[in-house]
Design a protein around this ligand. Sequence first.
Ligand code: HEM
Length: 242
Amino acid sequence: MSELDPGRHIQKARSLSAGFSLSNITKAEPYIDNVLRLFKSRFDELSDSGAPVEFQQWFSYFAFDVLGEVTFSKSFGFVQSGSDIRNAIANTGSLVYYISIMGNYIWFHNLTLGNPLFSRLGLQPNSHIFDTCLLAVENRKNNPEVRHDMMQRWLDARASHPDRLSENDIFGAAVANIGAGAETVSATAQAVLYYLLRHPEYMKRVQSEIDAAQARGELSSLIQYHEAAKLPFLQACVSSQY
Ligand code: HEM
């Protein structure tokens, strides 16, 4: 996303693609499950107290934390805290306006937020998301037990071809990945639940499908990716291929 040259864009996308393979992402499932467990207990608390559940907020907390886990093995802690830490998610909303305008006037961006002097002098606006990415990148340098997450795949790609990806490229890809992945996943999850709630007959059908598979002993207590893939009606609700 941060690349303007089409040739370099293709080259970078190729070097980064290993991180996006399904086999790589499914390795992160146990860690995504941890976020999911916490998410479920938060929903139980809200439900017990009778408080309304703001989908917009909660699904964003969830999606950002999952993206932190799969990208660099570190959740942002939004679900844990139950809040938008330092207004980080809300601020990404304002950033969209900046990007949509400055994306057309790169020369002006290069004079403002894109100016390296700004970052060197510490004048760039920082955020919980940016700071957490930076910390995660720093911490892993001294951590011998790092997981084989997306960032590790990219660092491996850099180790074999240092000319194709710089360290800055990897950091840029990690931040872009959080932005690109979290809002899309959050919006999709909200839409699936919203439309199922608006159509109780389909909600009932998807629930019956899950209950029947559970009764046959085909589901773990937290449904796994390969188990959900065998539920055709659920797949029809969540997948764009139908
Ligand atoms: C419902 C979910 C999603 C939708 C609908 C979606 C859609 C898109 C679209 C339309 C593009 C532009 C493609 C292009 O210009 O050719 C894109 C790019 C991108 N998406 Fe997604 N996306 C989703 C989820 C994700 C997730 C989960 C991640 C990360 C794990 C992600 C990471 C990216 C990245 C890094 C790019 C930029 C690729 C590049 O510059 O070559 N997206 N996405």
